[in-house]
Structure formats: C-alpha cells, structure tokens
Design a protein around this ligand. Structure first.
Ligand SMILES: Cc1cc2nc3c(=O)[nH]c(=O)nc-3n(C[C@H](O)[C@H](O)[C@H](O)COP(=O)(O)O)c2cc1C
Length: 392
C-alpha cells in the first residue's frame, strides 16, 4: 500500500500578502450579466480544465465555484448552465497539483453526513487541498426547487449552525455519534476516512446573522467590498469581520472577488467594458438579480442600494473593478492589500485570454511590489497545514 501524499492547502499556508483565486469557472457567463458571445460557457469541461490548470501552474491559491441552480433570464440567461460544485471540485482535484479546491454548497440542499463524506473524498483525491464555502441561499426560485419554500433569513443560519456541527463531528470523531437538534436527528453516525487536512471553511454572509455565523465557524470571509463608499468604508468593512471573529477567539482571512478588464491602455480597457456592459449587457437578468438580492439578503441596505450597483453587476456581479493596464491592476491590488484584504478571486468575460494575460503581465508586477513571491514549482508545497486533532 502506498502512503498518502499530504499537501498543504495553499489558501491556508501561502505566505503571499495578496492571495489569488479564480471564481465562477463552473457557471455560464462567469460573473458577468452580458450577451457578449465571448462569455464563459461552463458546460465545456475542457475549458474548465484549461483555465484550472493554468491557475494551478501559475501558483494561484484557490479555485472557487459558484453555487447556482438556475439562471437569471434574458437572452443569455447568465448562470443558467452550471456544473455542480462537489463533483466539479472532485474532477479538478485529480488533474491539479497544488491549488486549493473548494465547493460552494447550499447547505439546505444536502445532508451534512453525506456532504462531509463528499468533502473527505475530494480532500483525499487532492491530497488535502479541500475547502468548503458554506452558503445559505438567497435566490428563492432555486431554493424552492429543493424544498418548496426558502427558510426565513436568520433561520437559515440556525440551520447552518447545526449542519456544520454535524459535518465537523463526522470529520473529527473516531467514535460514532448522535445529534438531535431542531433541524437534524441523526443517530450512530460513522464516517471514515478522516480528512488529511482540516477542511478550510469559508462563508459570504453580509447580514449581522450571516457575519456572526462566519466569525464563529469560518477561516475566511468572502465579501462584496463596499469600494463605492471609499477606502475608509472598505477598511472598516474588512475590520468588522476580524473584530467579530476575535470576539469568538478566532482569526479570519478576508477575501473578495473582482472583475478584471486588462488592456495595454486604460482607453482600450474601458472600451471593452463599455462593449460588454452597455452595448451587450443583459438588462433583464440584471433587473432580476438586483431586485432579488435587495429583497432577500442583507448584502445591500435596500433595493435602491442594489440598483446603484447595476453597472457593476453586469460587469462582474458587483465585484471589485480591476480595469486598465497591468500596472494599474497591480497598483489597485496593492491598495486593497494595504486596506487589509488577504485574497482576491478573479473573474473575466473571457477566462482563457484573461487568465493567460494576467499570469503573463500582472503576476510579475505583483512580485515586484512584494505582494506575491515568485512561484517556485520545485518548492511548491509551502508551509505546514493543520492536520485534524481527532477525538476518540
Ligand atoms: C463574495 C460572495 C460570493 C457569494 N457566492 C454565492 C454563491 O455562489 N451562491 C449563492 O447562492 N450565494 C452566494 N453569495 C450570497 C451569500 O451566500 C449570502 O446569501 C449573501 O451574501 C447575503 O448575506 P446574508 O445571507 O448574510 O444576508 C455570495 C455572496 C458574496 C458576498
């Protein structure tokens, strides 16, 4: 029998001041709401493989999928075609070498004993590089597909508390266990094997209840940065997650996602943005998203607040704009690192060209600014991860 080859999960162990990931590779359109034909087609597995392998070989830390079960309408129906995230991560785990592989799981759609087992399987295939992005749902039409109705907002997080308590016990306890709560009633649970590394937990809650869940259970918070409100607002937003985690005696990484429009000149980048957002934008999908997000989540103070972000929703689901020359993009990444951000998940209209150009032109500039170390494929398994401390 061969020994397990345990690798660190770079999302936890990377020493880079600004960690990088690729977000939304598993969904049609990525994070854009546009009819532009160059947009990502998620059902093309070869495209997923090519982009994932480029990210892995460039030393990026994270591949993070979106959890989505139906689209937003209009001609291109963004996010209408999606690959399921546990099976997606399992597929990529066997063909990548060092990058962290996450699933994005709507907790109410999957039993925690079953999900914990899927997670361990991905952890073993990847040699310990698994992470779980836990989401509670905000898009009512897709949540109704599973259980007729969506739970009331804060109840979703009460449910999530029980869900993760069970999953953790399945990962950590050698003995069988029972759990009798408000939402779950499981008996004599047995779960082997155990994960090679402690699964890295992430959450993107924005409401007070969501933030508390994140602070209590997670290793990283995943945010839509309030960059339109200025630097101090961003600094305070990031710090608020760290402060809350500290109240529970914990530390948190803080990540966000960004849309990248890179070109040789800022005029060229803005022209391209205008093309896919203003000329080719999918306004019907944008109406549906902003209305639903404003109503169902605590992410925005109101529907009006969500509407303010319309343009940025079409450009990249209101992620951070990284628009301009490679130098401008590297400089923005440094600015946000200085404001306290640990990592950014990148998205593009055209993921192929986008990641190749970014790796070629922006990564070296980030290295020169001390944001990242040059990736060394020989010493690639950097740092010591956290093996689980198992209880009897
Ligand atoms: C960066 C980021 C990524 C998210 N990714 C997903 C996702 O993949 N699927 C999903 O249904 N919701 C996603 N959400 C929505 C959150 O899970 C959450 O519902 C939302 O931020 C509202 O927070 P609240 O539940 O605390 O009100 C994301 C939110 C953010 C900020």
């Amino acid at each position: 029998m061969t020994e397990h080859f345990v690798k660190p999960n770079p999302v936890r162990t990377s020493r880079n001041r600004m960690k990088l990931g690729v977000f939304a590779l598993n969904i049609d359109g990525g994070c854009t709401l546009t009819n532009a034909p160059e947009r990502l087609r998620a059902a093309n597995w070869n495209d997923n493989l090519a982009v994932a392998k480029t990210a892995d070989k460039a030393g990026l830390e994270l591949l993070l999928p979106v959890g989505r079960w139906r689209g937003y309408g209009g001609e291109s129906n963004p996010m209408g075609v999606t690959l399921e995230t546990y099976t997606w991560a399992a597929g990529l785990a066997s063909v990548t070498d060092q990058i962290g592989l996450f699933t994005t799981s709507h907790l109410s759609t999957v039993n925690p004993v079953f999900a914990a087992k899927q997670a361990v399987t991905i952890d073993h295939i990847s040699g310990g590089r698994f992470g779980l992005n836990m989401i509670c749902g905000w898009y009512e039409a897709e949540m109704r597909m599973f259980n007729g109705a969506m739970m009331e907002h804060d109840t979703r997080y009460d449910f999530a508390d029980e869900w993760i308590a069970i999953a953790k016990r399945a990962w950590e306890e050698r003995d069988t266990f029972d759990y009798h709560g408000r939402f779950f009633n499981v008996s004599d649970v047995f779960s082997e094997p155990k994960p090679l590394n402690r699964p890295f937990l992430m959450n993107a809650g924005g409401s007070p209840r969501g933030k508390r869940f994140c602070a209590q259970h997670c290793d990283a918070a995943f945010l839509i940065l309030k960059y339109m409100d200025g630097e101090e607002a961003v600094r305070a937003q990031i710090q608020s997650y760290r402060d809350l985690a500290a109240e529970f005696g914990r530390e948190l990484q803080v990540w966000c996602y960004a849309y990248v429009v890179q070109a040789d000149s800022v005029t060229e980048a803005e022209r391209y943005l205008d093309y896919y957002v203003n000329q080719m934008g999918n306004d019907i999908a944008c109406d549906n998203v902003t209305k639903e997000i404003g109503i169902q989540s605590g992410m925005f103070a109101s529907t009006e607040d969500a509407l303010r972000s319309r343009y940025h929703f079409k450009a990249g689901f209101a992620g951070l704009p990284l628009v301009g020359t490679p130098e401008m993009i590297a400089s923005e990444l440094e600015r946000y690192s200085d404001l306290g951000l640990d990592g950014v998940c990148l998205t593009w209209l055209d993921y192929h060209a986008g990641i190749n150009n970014f790796v070629r032109d922006v990564l070296p500039l980030m290295e020169r600014r001390g944001l990242r170390e040059r990736y060394d494929p020989v010493g690639k398994y950097v740092g010591v991860d956290e093996p689980l401390s198992l209880t009897a």
